[in-house]
Design a protein around this ligand. Structure first.
Ligand code: EPU
Length: 418
């Protein structure tokens, strides 16, 4: 298992090119199962989660090619069963449920299982698909869904923590091939959901309202092949923005999707970081003293839970008391105990991290537990004295394309070790 050795203290300067979005690409890849025709997707990041999804598509019978950021999928025939061994590798595989049900009239998809960032039920996905007329049973760890015909319906997708991103995707994909009109209330309005809606529309789907909490989908008989370019990854861009801030450096984030990063940009500015939109990117610059800040995650356009861990790392280096609450995944704080091993003064009160910043962390061996927690540890390592080793970096490789090479190119001392 690879690890990163980071010698902290270098000030990052230069330009980082932001990749295509992981969380757009995954459901868009699943959507290619909705048609027999060829789909071509550009700016797909080369990540292990993407490779898992491509393996899933191949297992289901699709012909798949991936080169230079372009994926071609042709699913002339599809199998209807997605087994545990594939689904357990990545929770996002659950978004084949809607497409398989719509394409095959029945499907059997393994329940995704536990996740280190908290309880992640799929009750809203199932409720939405049932409202479209499918019969669903849970048996021996599998979701078995059947529908001789999907029929449009009015569906509310609000759960105890707000809407659901992949649940909205699943229902929107199935509704695209249902008879009649579906209205999804409390739909997720995340940019990645809107990107999927645009891809579906280029396949012939009739969808209105993407980017809002109300989606209207008029079902069509069939979808056709399409070509699409995936949006930039707002979470990767946000993570590099924090890298600039935590090293008190300056980075130009080329292709950063500023229009999708409003709450992250506001949070950086609240901390005293300068963020300026330029042609072609975002310029992020920080110098001491930064200010402590208060954050609370919420659904888009609120502050993203996928940026919570990285801002915890930043807070640890900003003198004064910061408070960061996560209302989407209230237990997503595995990074706190690892940051404490690096000298952070931080406590958890229920779903709130209370952090008293210190001028400099000290390097230590730490363990990555999930994707964004691992990113937070790398960020902390960039600021810490001496050497930090972050083990189990396969978590980072799931969601960041060559993060070590990109950081090295702007001055970080980071090496991948076997
Ligand atoms: N929820 C339910 N019932 C459901 C589904 C979700 O109660 O049926 C709850 C969840 O437990 C959570 C909240 O609703 O409290 C939001 O979960 P959501 O369904 O929106 O999460 P997701 O769709 O499974 C996507 C991203 C996550 C990101 C969340 C929240 C992908 C592939 N994953 O997951 O990304 O944290 O939305 O924005 O798009 C990551 O990239 O690191 C990551 C975990």
């Amino acid at each position: 298992m690879d690890k990163f050795a980071i010698h902290g203290g270098n000030v990052l300067r230069g330009t980082v090119s932001v990749s295509g979005s992981k969380n757009s690409s995954l459901p868009i890849l699943a959507a290619t199962l909705l048609t027999r025709e060829r789909c071509v997707l550009h700016r797909v990041p080369d990540l292990s989660d993407i490779r898992y999804m491509l393996d899933m598509l191949r297992y289901l019978g699709a012909e798949v090619e991936f080169a230079d950021g372009t994926v071609t999928v042709e699913a002339k025939k599809v199998a209807w069963e997605a087994p545990y061994d594939l689904v357990r590798r990545m929770r996002a595989s659950v978004c084949v449920l809607g497409p398989l049900l719509a394409r095959c009239g029945r499907t059997k998809v393994s329940l995704p299982g536990g996740c280190v960032i908290g309880d992640r039920p799929i009750d809203l996905h199932l409720r939405g698909l049932e409202a479209l007329g499918s019969r669903i049973v849970l048996s021996k760890g599998y979701v078995i869904a059947e529908a001789s015909e999907l029929v449009g319906a009015r569906i509310a997708l609000r759960g105890p923590h707000g809407s659901t991103v992949l649940g909205t995707d699943n229902v929107m994909m199935a509704a695209s091939l249902a008879r009649g009109t579906t209205i999804i209330e409390d739909a997720a309005s995340e940019p990645e959901v809107a990107d999927l809606a645009r891809f579906l529309r280029s396949m012939g789907a009739r969808i209105r309202g993407e980017g809002t909490g109300r989606l209207e989908i008029e079902g069509v008989d069939a979808l056709h092949g399409a070509e699409h370019t995936v949006i930039s990854d707002r979470i990767e861009a946000g993570t590099f923005a924090v890298a600039a801030a935590i090293t008190r450096g300056e980075l130009l984030l080329a292709k950063a999707p500023a229009e999708h990063m409003g709450s992250t940009i506001s949070a950086l500015r609240e901390a005293g970081v300068s963020v300026v939109e330029e042609e072609g990117g975002l310029r992020v610059r920080a110098c001491d003293p930064l200010r402590p800040f208060q954050l609370r995650t919420s659904t888009y356009p609120g502050f993203p839970t996928d940026m919570q861990a990285q801002f915890c790392a930043l807070a640890v280096t900003v003198p004064g008391r910061s408070q960061i609450a996560d209302d989407i995944f209230p237990t997503r704080f595995m990074h706190i105990s690892e940051l404490k091993r690096m000298g952070a003064h931080a406590d958890l009160l229920a779903n709130v991290a209370v952090i008293d910043g210190i001028p400099r962390l000290s390097g230590a061996p730490v363990m990555a537990s999930d994707l964004r927690a691992s990113a937070a540890l790398v960020l902390a390592g960039l600021q810490a004295e001496n050497t930090t080793t972050v083990s189990r970096v396969y978590h980072i490789d799931r969601g960041y394309e060559q993060i070590d090479a990109k950081l090295r190119a702007v001055g970080a001392d980071i090496a991948r070790q076997p």
